[in-house]
Design a protein around this ligand. Structure first.
Ligand code: FAD
Ligand code: FES
Ligand code: MG
Length: 284
């Protein structure tokens, strides 16, 4: 059992949760994630990136968007309650080295997993430009934290309500056109955003790392749920990733596999909401 110490809301449907997990807090490295199971009977297992950790307090921080049944159940948890199982740290840590100029691109909730990577890239002596994008200003998260790390922070929103009215690929292209061009890019966000970031940097030959968010079940390389094609080879995101060379990932295949359980996921989510509505009606 892992006790929840606090939970706060960062944006509509986006939550930050601090959970007791002393061994994971001690061992985790940027880029790694956990798999959690909220209840120990029938609940599903979902992966979440370790956004931060405090080895002294023995805690890890998770930042998640409530998109479906399990993430909504997690958002309903309160301090003092527990999570039945937390497995990790999982995955390969980000390869951090001094390369020169690194452009970190985060879309929506992707800013949360990007934060520890940008922090480590900066600590390694790189110049770090951060591009943060969201549909609108209310969905931008962790702006202050990113500003503290970035040599240059570029904010874009789809509707222009904050920063430039653009997609993240627009400033990314402009940076690639500069001389000297960036030495590396890291892009984390929805699969379609990562695909187009990789397509943007490809003509400039800027090495681009993406962090893949495939469906995961066991997190140990046994079930095959997270398999992707990278450079024509089958890889398991949970053990070989989650980070890969974005220029080699077959994003179309990955996006197709991500939609595999959509009707079932939507039905579960709907049923969960109906139960919540009924419970609220009984209280009125
Ligand atoms: P559902 O309605 O069941 O699913 C919504 C969508 O989420 C699905 O269509 C599918 O695309 C994806 N999904 C569903 N089940 C899983 C599963 N078991 N594993 C992975 N994806 C699934 N989200 C965050 O908000 N913050 C994070 O830090 C974060 N880190 C991640 C790190 C990794 C390595 C991976 C693979 C995913 C990460 N995700 C993160 C995505 C998160 O796991 C999904 O949003 C979550 O599983 C959705 O579950 P649900 O039941 O609430 O929604
Ligand atoms: Fe099962 Fe990766 S989650 S093989
Ligand atoms: Mg689910």
């Amino acid at each position: 059992m892992n006790k929840i110490l606090n939970i706060t809301q960062l944006a509509p449907e986006v939550f930050r949760m601090e959970v007791e997990a002393p061994l994971i807090a001690r061992e985790r490295k940027p880029g790694q994630f956990i798999i959690l199971q909220i209840d120990d009977d029938f609940g599903e297992r979902i992966p979440l990136t370790i956004a931060d950790a405090d080895p002294d307090r023995g805690t890890i921080t998770l930042i998640f968007q409530a998109v479906g049944k399990t993430t909504h159940l997690l958002a309903e948890k309160r301090p003092g309650e527990s999570i039945a199982a937390l497995l990790g740290p999982l995955g390969q840590p980000t390869h951090i080295e001094k390369v020169g100029h690194v452009v970190c691109v985060g879309g929506g909730i992707g800013v949360a997993p990007l934060h520890p990577i940008a922090q480590a890239m900066k600590a390694a002596g790189n110049r770090v430009t951060i591009i943060m994008g969201a549909r609108n200003k209310d969905l931008l998260i962790m702006e202050d934290e990113m500003r503290r790390i970035a040599d240059e922070l570029i904010i874009v929103t789809d509707d222009g309500s904050r920063g430039r009215k653009a997609l993240v690929t627009e400033p990314l292209k402009q940076l690639c056109e500069q001389t000297p061009k960036p030495n590396m890019a890291v892009a984390i966000g929805p699969p379609i955003m990562m695909k187009f970031c990789a397509e943007t940097t490809r003509p400039y030959d800027v090495h681009t790392v993406v962090s893949l968010n495939t469906i995961m079940i066991d997190g140990t390389g046994m079930c095959g749920g997270c398999r992707v094609t990278v450079g024509g080879e089958t890889k398991f995101v949970c053990v070989d990733g989650p980070e890969f060379d974005g220029h080699k990932v077959d994003f179309d295949n990955m996006m197709k596999r991500l939609r595999a359980y959509k009707p079932r996921e939507d039905a579960d989510h709907q049923a969960h909401h109906c139960r919540l509505d009924a419970a609220a009606a009984r209280l009125r």
